[in-house]
Unconditional design. Structure first.
Length: 90
């Protein structure tokens, strides 16, 4: 992912203010070519993970394994790790 300092994109600066929640669509010859969305650190992390092919492959592999082998309840994980079982796990 590329990042650009707002000061380097002076035409966008008036439209992208701190606290603004409205996206800005960038056009070329009347056609949308990009969108600028307000983001906090969590948004950036989510975006990076959702567009990372390696991370997506891990999720898909984990989902296939869960479907074929099943999973463990939180109570089972606690027992395996020797942790006390919580009432909500029963």
């Amino acid at each position: 992912m590329k990042t650009i300092e707002l000061s380097e994109v002076s035409a966008l600066a008036p439209h992208v203010q701190s606290g603004s929640r409205e996206p800005v669509i960038v056009t070329q010859d009347g056609q949308a070519v990009a969108a600028v969305f307000p983001a906090d650190e969590e948004d950036v992390e989510n975006l990076l993970l959702s567009t990372n092919a390696q991370f997506q492959a891990i999720l898909e592999r984990s989902q296939r394994r869960l479907e074929s082998e099943g999973g463990l309840s939180s109570a089972d994980v606690r027992r395996r790790l020797g942790l006390p079982t919580r009432d909500a796990d029963i």
